[in-house]
Design a protein around this ligand. Structure first.
Ligand code: SAM
Length: 274
């Protein structure tokens, strides 16, 4: 398509800079700037907002975020081969793109936030869930981000938004349900990526809830790990190592129930009774 920003088509950028995709880095690039704009728009208004992007790659999503008016994008990219392509985008939008070369799992994101901050990313699948969990568990709440708009494999997206009695409900659903309002925005088929991944992807949008139920993240992690570790068993069995029936009695939860039937509020009650 004709570029929305006067920059060269992404296919040319990739060719010129020799950015053949590396599987080990989860590189599945989006070359359709209509689609990257749709993702960026899902985040909400970007004026006066700093956007943190993980894995800009050749910059398709980065360009959309800047074209939609973000005050600044801070992009963390592990693959040094992408830096010259990103520098061209930076030159086109002077002072608005800061690229940090490195592993996003080691970055202090809170230190990068500057005023209202949104996270937008087409995440590398191998580290996507870990990054999400890290962003959900800062000590301070509300967190440094106002929203997260993230691409995942559809299966992971379903686990993020799942609630009680849903087949996809598990530890991730409890954690996300505890601290955020999460929704599936739209699916993206494999052929939208270069190279195409094996499965359908989905864009998830999360916003922090103002007052999550008071509860320690470590305790919540303990109860959900034990309960969903044996999800088909009754809780009196799966929670035995944590106190079993006595714990369930303190939390006033029927010991015959199974993990997938408990609401987030009930998991928090259990965590608080540990
Ligand atoms: N944003 C680009 C797009 O939408 O076309 C690329 C997305 S691609 C799915 C994931 C990107 O994350 C790649 O550019 C890859 O090099 C980068 N990446 C992989 N692991 C990373 C890590 N640990 N930290 C930072 N970036 C990483």
């Amino acid at each position: 398509m004709a570029a929305l920003d006067g920059l060269p088509p992404l296919r040319d950028v990739i060719q010129r800079h020799g950015l053949d995709a590396k599987k080990a880095l989860g590189q599945n690039f989006l070359l359709d700037l209509n689609l990257t704009q749709k993702i960026a728009r899902t985040a909400g208004p970007l004026d006066d907002v700093t956007v943190i992007e993980v894995g800009p790659g050749p910059g398709g999503l980065t360009r959309a975020i800047l074209a939609l008016g973000a005050k600044k994008v801070v992009a963390i990219e592990r693959d040094a081969r992408c830096l010259p392509a990103l520098a061209e985008i930076g030159a086109h939008y002077p002072g608005r793109l800061e690229v940090v070369e490195g592993d996003a799992l080691k970055v202090d994101f809170e230190a990068l936030a500057d005023g209202p901050t949104r996270i937008i990313a087409n995440l590398p699948y191998n580290v996507g869930t870990q990054l999400l969990v890290n962003w959900l568990l800062p000590g301070r709440w509300p967190p440094f981000w106002q929203s997260m708009t993230l691409m995942f494999q559809r299966e992971v997206g379903l686990r993020i938004v799942a609630g009680a009695d849903d087949d996809h409900y598990g530890r991730l659903g409890v954690l996300c349900g505890w601290r955020t309002k999460a929704r599936l925005a739209f699916d993206v088929p494999p052929q939208a990526f270069t190279p195409p991944p094996k499965v359908t992807s989905t864009v998830v949008h999360l916003e922090p809830v103002a007052d999550p139920i008071p509860c320690s993240a470590a305790s919540l992690e303990k109860v959900t790990q034990a309960a969903f570790g044996q999800r088909r068993k009754m809780l009196r069995q799966s929670l035995k190592p944590l106190g079993g029936e006595a714990l369930l009695a303190r939390a006033e939860i029927d010991p015959q129930r199974r993990a997938e039937t408990l609401t987030v509020e009930e998991f928090c009650r259990l965590a608080n009774c540990l």
